[in-house]
Design a binder for this molecule. Structure first.
Ligand code: 5AD
Ligand code: SF4
Length: 549
């Protein structure tokens, strides 16, 4: 078989972006190559999201287009990976026989084998009877299915998925264009918020051994990465019990616990044999100093001890940025969502974060961000007003606002009718967007005159537009498309046309994740991937304009 070309498109969250990067790495090592054009591919993969119906609709329309494409290319292999595959199960394949491969997010280590099987089956079918190859799926399937609620110890013992993260390869070519990387610390979720599909698609919460995480970060740092974002659905729940055997390829890996020595409070500490989230942050900070920026998403507003806040406060390379969704400001809604905290507890947490971490006078204001769901069933005007007050109090730098979307398989879908009309959802959504825009704008203006460390990511989007150059996908891997197009953030891709004394606009981020634009001579491409000092001169919404100092 010749070298097969793969087109991989990613929808959904950062966890999916990381999954795609790891999948691409493992397929590359097996001899596959990647293309940015699905017409040019032998294998088309969609890494999908199920969190809202809209994310799924996009994939349905892509699959519709593939049905047409297959008519001319009977041996084309089409795969659906990720949360939608897990949620829909083989129903999806029945509805769309164009799909040959289905692979849930907890089974991605099996993907190369599935693809290989599907490629062979398709080739055999096409050789035999091309019309059959067009109509028939190759049916290569790996889903977690009913195994999804294994206990975390059991899951950890049999966690073959760990090999996907462990097999990560970083080539200097990728790093040239990207000095920032995601590293998973926790998989899955045990929370069961009533609206959410994630515990059903990604399975039980599993924590990776600290030694694996640190080795991965060291490897990334050695290849030039300077910014790491730790990923977990409830990242602050991280906790690794060293006594419990974790096997990778059947080998038990004994671990020695280390503790966060600077901590006086041990809120989430349970003994020397446990690595807590605070311990993990401290170890990464101390053991991999080449990482200039360490951040983490997404935090759950409960179980976030002062020990974590102390580590962030005491470690200069840990970012003062916390993404901690409240979802709503109404206690009645919180209860129906099964969030497990009251709005008073949430407020107390935000106050605690500020008292530990908000130091604007040192150029380190704490930046918070959140998520809100509007139009959850039975939401009244009063509940909505409570959410508005919550936004005013939380003062997020930005907040993602979603209209409630009932998801099959969740408790809310089964038990609570979606009774808020769409026009009310839309009106409330717009109201919150406007309110948040005002708050974001105010926060941006408060930064004027302050000095910050800015991590330089590359030419700004505007500069790219001016030159008609490409802003490459955020993943940095050539041939992976994120959410159907180029990245959300401009990345460090410099094109050959840039050079000389001419001033060009660069973009970077503060440690609180605020975007700063500044001008520098075009030849200063060496700034990319470094941290510079800048003074904010002007602000418009969340765009800060700075000057190098
Ligand atoms: N409908 C709307 N928004 C949702 N989210 C999760 N599930 C749903 C749903 N069914 C939002 C939450 C979560 C973010 C990732 O997506 O705000 O924090
Ligand atoms: Fe979407 Fe959630 Fe799955 Fe991420 S974990 S892809 S947000 S459903």
């Amino acid at each position: 078989m010749g070298k097969k070309r793969v087109y991989l498109e990613t929808f959904g969250c950062q966890m999916n972006e990381l999954d795609s990067e790891l999948v691409a790495g493992s397929l590359t090592s097996l001899g596959y190559s990647f293309t940015r054009d699905s017409d040019d591919a032998d294998i088309v993969l969609y890494n999908t999201c199920s969190v809202r119906e809209r994310a799924e609709q996009k994939v349905w329309s892509r699959l519709g287009a593939m049905k047409t494409a297959k008519k001319d290319r009977p041996d084309l292999v089409v795969g659906v990976l990720g949360c939608m595959a897990e949620r829909d199960g083989t129903d999806l394949m029945h509805r769309m026989p164009v799909v040959d491969v289905m692979c849930g997010p907890a089974e991605l280590d099996k993907l190369p084998e599935l693809i290989d099987n599907a490629v062979r089956t398709k080739a055999a079918l096409a050789a035999d009877d091309p019309s059959m190859a067009i109509r028939k799926s190759a049916k290569a399937v790996a889903l977690q299915g009913s195994a999804s609620r294994r206990s975390s110890t059991l899951a950890a013992a049999g966690d073959s998925l760990e090999s996907l993260d462990l097999g990560r390869m970083v080539s200097p070519v990728d790093v040239d264009s990207k000095r920032s990387a995601y590293v998973r610390i926790t998989r899955g979720c045990n929370k069961f918020c009533t609206y959410c599909v994630v515990p059903h698609t990604r399975g039980a919460e599993i924590h990776r051994p600290p030694a694996h995480i640190i080795d991965e970060i060291k490897m990334l740092a050695d290849s030039g990465v300077v910014e790491i974002t730790l990923l977990g659905q409830t990242v602050n729940h991280y906790r690794f019990e060293h006594g419990s055997a974790v096997t990778v390829d059947g080998v038990v890996q004994p671990q020695k616990g280390r503790t966060y020595k600077g901590s006086h409070h041990r809120d989430s500490f349970a003994g020397d044999e446990t690595t807590t989230f605070a311990d993990l942050l401290y170890r990464i900070h101390e053991e991999v100093p080449a990482i200039r920026r360490l951040r983490f998403v997404t935090s759950y507003p409960r179980d976030f001890g002062n020990d974590v806040l102390e580590v962030i406060r005491d470690c200069p390379r840990i970012c003062r940025y916390i993404h901690v969704p409240a979802q709503t400001g109404s206690n009645r809604m919180l209860k129906m969502m099964n969030r497990g905290y009251t709005i008073e507890e949430y407020d107390e947490f935000i106050d605690r974060c500020r008292s530990y971490l908000d130091q604007p006078e040192l150029g380190r204001p704490l930046m918070l961000s959140g998520d809100v769901i509007v139009g959850f069933p039975t939401e009244t005007d009063e509940d909505h007003e409570a959410t508005k007050r919550m936004l005013e109090r939380s003062r997020y730098k930005n907040c993602f606002i979603f209209k409630y979307s009932p998801r099959p398989g969740t408790v809310a879908y089964d038990k609570i009718p979606d009774d808020i009309p769409d026009e009310i959802k839309r009106a409330r959504n717009n109201e919150l967007l406007a309110l948040q825009a005002r708050i974001s704008d105010e926060i941006a203006r408060e930064q004027v005159g302050r000095e910050f460390d800015v991590f330089v990511e590359g030419l700004s989007r505007k500069e790219h537009k001016k030159r008609g150059t490409d802003v490459k996908p955020g993943s940095g891997m050539v041939g992976i498309t994120i959410n159907g197009a180029a990245s959300k953030a401009p990345v460090a891709v410099m094109d050959e046309a840039v050079g000389g004394d001419e001033l060009v606009q660069f973009s970077g981020r503060t440690d609180g994740d605020l975007i700063v634009f500044f001008d520098a001579p075009a030849q200063r491409t060496d700034l990319v991937g470094t941290v510079v000092r800048a003074r904010v001169m002007d602000a418009d919404r969340l765009n800060l304009r700075g000057e190098l100092i």
